[in-house]
Design a binder for this molecule. Structure first.
Ligand code: FES
Length: 241
């Protein structure tokens, strides 16, 4: 007897196993749902809300919501796209995401999702936060003004690197990424540019030094293909391993 059941994503049948989230089942079936704080290698975090979908008419985050048999899930209605665009606009104005001046441009998931959702302006008033850069590490720089608090670096450092270098302190508008080290500086920690946490930032908050603009803007990942296609290509390669 098959262990798979079915739900419908934008009208398309998606098989899933009991306990699997809507996001995981959709990605495995080759269907992309926009996301930022989700990463297939880590437990879901459910903080960015970019992955919101309608499940039988109710808004849920698809990275944390277990799939339910025979339900209708909609990720592409006008309301869902509008809601996602507003969330992206809020993320843009909360930090200093000035794409033309950012080394991550073209490789940034926030920027790529803004393109994908046809975000044409930030809409809201910019906060222009002023948080000091941390350039104390010899190989990596942290720009806290670009951190979107997805906690991927927190999870990677804790669960993969086993160093527990990052955590998020405070709540709401006062929440911020902090470094667990004497003086709170990255240079005083055991962080390495080879750490998983150094390579997982979806935006330009954690960047390697010594290699700025090696690949010209215009020739980078999301300059060539929309994020949905890049992600699904990667997913396919992972499944073939
Ligand atoms: Fe689901 Fe961030 S990807 S809440």
């Amino acid at each position: 007897m098959s262990t798979f059941q079915i739900f419908y994503l934008n009208g398309k049948p998606i098989p899933f196993k009991q306990g699997e989230t809507i996001m995981d089942a959709a990605l495995r079936a080759g269907e992309y749902i926009d996301h930022l704080c989700h990463h297939p290698e880590f437990r879901p975090h459910g903080s960015c809300r970019i992955c919101m979908v309608e499940l039988d008419g109710k808004s849920v985050s698809s990275c944390t919501q277990p799939a339910i048999a025979n339900t209708q899930v909609d990720s592409s209605s006008d309301e869902m796209i509008e809601q996602r665009r507003s969330l992206l606009q809020m993320l843009f104005v909360e930090g200093n995401h000035i794409c033309p001046g950012c080394e991550k441009s073209g490789d940034c998931q926030l920027q790529a999702l803004a393109y994908q959702n046809k975000m044409l302006s930030p809409h809201f008033k910019h906060f222009f936060p002023k948080r000091a850069l941390d350039a104390s590490h010899p190989d990596v720089i942290i720009d806290f003004d670009r951190c979107i608090l997805c906690e991927l670096c927190v999870r990677a450092s804790r669960d993969v690197d086993k160093k527990n270098i990052f955590c998020v302190d405070g709540r709401g508008i006062n929440a911020k990424l902090i470094i667990n080290s004497p003086g709170g500086k990255l240079g005083n920690s055991h962080f390495s540019a080879d750490d998983k946490a150094a390579q997982i930032c979806p935006v330009g908050a954690i960047l390697p030094k010594h290699q700025g603009y090696d690949i010209p803007i215009g020739k980078r990942r999301y300059d060539q293909q929309p994020i949905s296609e890049v992600d699904m290509d990667n997913q396919e390669k992972d499944q073939q391993k």
